[in-house]
Design a binder for this molecule. Structure first.
Ligand code: SER
Ligand code: ZN
Length: 499
């Protein structure tokens, strides 16, 4: 890497008269901390400004970080002798040259810099930025972002990573209709008042709740999981930590708080509503704040927040909790279909925090319990596969799963949907996942225990997905349902008749 930096330091008073001392401090800095590969090679004094030119060819000593060191040394030395301090530092011009591993496939641009790429060589130009910019480490992240964007170009269009782990035997489906359409026809289900959401009548609701009871009684409670009740609304700082904010900003439902609850402030809105019997949108805009939170996207981020900064006693490990209260909302736009691809879904999310050994052991036990449910209770045709971990995708990284020992990563549970056609040609539905995340989130939320290293993970149990898969294979008639399931839902509630 090569760095070429023109910076300035503003002093509390004119330094022209103490130029000799300034020169001496700089020569000292050059001698003591710097060397041939990094140094202040030119400088000039103009009233209370000191202009510096720093260059470095070491990727470990980046002039923008050296700048803060220089500021401190000058402040210390000149402060002692002349009671003059450095008010602020800034960058006038900065050129950074670095090499990429691969040639970009198309143009790359980032905010705050002009980026030019020739083959694998990148030149990044930054102009006129202040101390805050330097201090907050934007520059290193900008360099990383260029690298990441080029990496990303190589993954676009590549088929997703997928490796089969296990596959059940083939099962003969009782029908091949799309259960959502049938349920709508029969009045069990109605498209919700806003897009991508459903209203589940008594029969459909009973199905979702039966699935929930199965997950609780057959998987979570036998393994010792305890219920927590989480909040639906997720402030942005939580998503900043998990990476969701940079990963899927286009998929959140954003939450806007009113600017005030004072009726006075809403008076015009109320009056307009009374007169027009319409929503006064312009007036509404004036009365709302910009969102600083969104509706739950997955439950685990808020569960991690609960443990944030805490030290968990070893005897409480592994922590096994689940939330079934927060409803997940994702803006799916064009992707919606039936009850299996929706903007709003009901899910139980177990989260586990423990040592690596505890979590690898738990994964085996969870898989065993899930197998029991899908084989013995729901009697499904399904399979398990390693896939690109959701926590990479949701953090905006589209890397393939590294071929390590599969200690961390995501397993998808997929089921055959007969209405989509041939079992070998059609796309199966992911109806469940299970992940071991490693230390990514415990680190991000600073969750600790005595001595040992912690890992975490989560598993998404989507009630709509379980229901969609079950009905697609087993139909809507209880007489064809497997006995294991009938124990949970022997007969469907009665209908509401409409005339
Ligand atoms: N957090 C995981 C996901 O979003 C599991 O629910 O898929
Ligand atoms: Zn999760």
């Amino acid at each position: 890497m090569k760095f070429d930096l023109e910076a300035y330091l503003t002093f509390s008073s004119n330094i022209v008269n103490i130029r000799k001392d300034v020169d001496e401090v700089i020569q000292n800095i050059n001698k003591k901390i710097f060397n041939d590969k990094k140094k202040i090679d030119k400088w000039d004094v103009d009233k209370n400004l000191l202009h510096l030119h720093i260059f470095s060819t070491l990727s470990s000593s980046r002039p923008h970080s050296l700048l803060l060191q220089i500021k401190n040394m000058l402040s210390r030395e000149l402060g002692r002798k002349h009671h003059i301090g450095v008010r602020e530092i800034g960058i006038k011009k900065y050129r950074i040259d670095f090499e990429l591993e691969k040639k970009p496939l198309k143009k790359v641009s980032i905010p705050f810099a002009d980026v030019r790429i020739d083959g694998k060589l990148v030149t990044m130009y930054i102009h006129d930025v202040d101390e805050d910019f330097v201090r907050k480490n934007y520059i290193d992240r900008m360099i990383n972002l260029v690298r990441e964007k080029v990496e990303q170009q190589y993954y676009e269009g590549k088929t997703e990573f997928w490796r089969l782990i296990w596959r059940s035997e083939e099962k003969k489906p009782v029908w091949s209709k799309d259960p959502t359409e049938e349920m709508i026809r029969l009045g069990w289900l109605k498209q919700g008042p806003t897009k991508g959401k459903w209203f589940y009548g008594p029969k459909a609701a009973a199905l979702l709740r039966a699935m929930e009871m199965i997950a609780l009684n057959e998987v979570l409670h036998p393994l010792g999981f305890q219920e927590v009740v989480s909040s639906h609304i997720v402030p942005f700082d939580i998503w900043l930590k998990t990476g969701h904010l940079e990963g899927m900003p286009g998929e959140f439902y954003y939450v806007a708080e009113p600017c005030s609850r004072d009726v006075e402030k809403w008076q015009r809105f109320i009056d307009l509503t009374k007169i027009t019997k319409e929503v006064p949108m312009e007036e509404l805009k004036n009365n709302l704040s910009i969102p600083s939170a969104g509706i739950c996207y997955a439950q685990c981020p808020v569960i991690y927040w609960f443990f944030k900064g805490r030290t968990i006693a070893e005897k409480s490990l592994p922590v096994l909790v689940y939330d079934r209260t927060a409803i997940s909302n994702r803006y799916e736009s064009g992707g919606r279909h039936g009850i299996e691809r929706v903007d709003e879904f009901h899910r139980i999310e177990p989260v586990y925090i423990g040592t690596k050994e505890q979590l690898l052991d738990l994964r085996d036990k969870l898989i065993e319990r899930y197998k029991h449910v899908f084989n013995n209770i729901l009697d499904l045709e399904w399979r398990m596969a390693w896939v690109t971990p959701w926590y990479m995708q949701q953090a905006g990284k589209n890397m393939e799963k590294q071929e390590e020992e599969q200690e961390t990563g995501t397993i998808d549970f997929e089921a055959y949907l007969p209405y989509r056609g041939d079992r070998d040609k059609s796309e199966w539905l992911e109806f469940q996942n299970l992940s071991i995340i490693g230390d990514k989130y415990v680190k991000a939320f600073n969750i600790k225990t005595q001595k040992k290293e912690l890992w975490s993970g989560c598993s998404g149990i989507g009630l709509e997905r379980w229901t969609a898969v079950f009905l697609a294979q087993k139909g809507l008639k209880p007489e064809y349902w497997p006995d294991g399931f009938k124990k949970y839902l022997e007969k469907l509630p009665r209908d509401i008749k409409f005339l």
